[in-house]
Design a protein around this ligand. Structure first.
Ligand code: PMP
Length: 336
């Protein structure tokens, strides 16, 4: 469903083109759990993900503050989506982009990054600035050692939260006419849940703001104990969510609960959702669907609840990981 009422301008750099994504009631999940579940469909953004919003805010702020000269290079560490938004917008504005992605990034995302002219470098992990092999460390040192480069640093850039506070949160509030009891989103940089959570809590402090991370990630530990765990499990990230450090873009005070989910459950949920609805959903969106199923008893939804779940991107970015024949065979054999 494309937005009908927008004039497609020659450039994409209009705040009325990025954002204003639809919310759709999901009859499948609503009837399955006997409640009201709405999906905020962020794949309707021009770069097909929620990350166009912070990408635009970070670029605009850098230019406004004179952090980069015309024709310079925007540098970012990304699981792919911020990188794509950034590269797309940078190109429109006459800048180059260099994106550092971790080796877990899907091949589709690497290809689409290159298609908008981004220089892509694959790194070992995305474990944060303290790890020499991480996307963040590599991006920071590249920007420091090359002229006219600016590292947007989405994990510590206040424009990340601001983008969601100024756009995604108000959109949800208006689209739901203020009738929302829960907002649920995956946590990567924390920008989405912090910006939307802060906005919705200011409107109504009783709205439940719930996050999701992959099993083994440390953010739920941090929410409970406000310290880092002394021991880390090695965990496999779900693309876009899960951390081994606490990002500066996560305002933990905006979050009420964080749930965890595994990769196998998320892959099965993607298949089930596709079979039930015909939609190809992204990996972290599938993780959210899997979370509803796995935690449904403790979620304790009421029939009158109105739950908004944010789907950040589209399944077409994960054909090889979620929907290829091999994956389907593997998942089936696992079930048997
Ligand atoms: N899902 C996907 C697919 C993403 O690309 C991201 C961004 N890293 C997220 C979820 C999490 O969003 P945020 O960074 O705002 O926490």
């Amino acid at each position: 469903m494309l937005r009908q009422n927008k004039k497609r301008r020659k450039d994409i750099l209009t705040s009325d083109f990025i954002g204003n994504t639809p919310i759709r009631r999901c009859d499948y999940l609503s009837s399955k759990y006997n409640t009201n579940i709405f999906i905020k469909e962020e794949f309707h953004n021009p770069g097909m993900s929620s990350k166009d919003r912070p990408a635009l805010f970070m670029i605009e702020e850098a230019i406004r503050k004179g952090k980069i000269e015309p024709g310079g290079t925007f540098v970012e560490a990304s699981s792919g989506n911020t990188g794509y938004g950034l590269a797309m917008i940078a190109r429109e504005m006459g800048y180059a982009s260099k994106i550092f992605v971790s080796k877990s990034c899907s091949s589709e995302k690497v290809e689409i990054l290159k298609s908008v002219g981004a220089a892509v470098e694959i790194c070992e992990n995305s474990n944060g600035l303290h790890d020499f092999y991480s996307t963040q460390f590599r991006a920071q040192s590249y920007a420091a050692n090359n002229s006219n480069c600016y590292f947007t640093n989405q994990y510590y850039n206040s424009s990340n939260i601001k983008a969601h506070y100024k756009t995604t949160g108000p959109e949800i509030w208006q689209q739901m006419k203020g009738e929302v009891t829960h907002f649920i989103a995956g946590i990567g940089t924390g920008g989405t849940i912090s910006g939307v959570g802060r906005f919705l809590k200011e409107k109504n402090k009783n709205i439940n703001i719930w996050g999701l991370e992959p099993t083994g990630s440390i953010l739920s530990h941090f929410l409970t104990y406000r310290t880092l765990p002394t021991e880390y499990e090695k965990f496999e990230p779900i693309e876009g969510i899960g951390r081994t450090f606490i990002p500066g873009s996560l305002d933990i005070n905006c979050v009420d609960k964080i749930f965890q989910i595994g990769i196998a459950d998320s892959k099965s949920a993607a298949q089930e959702y596709k079979n039930a609805t015909g939609f190809l959903i992204g990996f972290s969106s599938a993780a959210l669907v899997a979370m509803l199923e796995a935690h449904i008893n403790s979620l304790a939804f009421k029939q009158t609840d109105i739950i908004v779940v944010l789907f950040p991107d589209h399944g077409s970015r994960y054909m090889s990981k979620l929907y290829s024949k091999n994956e389907i065979v593997n998942e089936k054999s696992k079930v048997i």
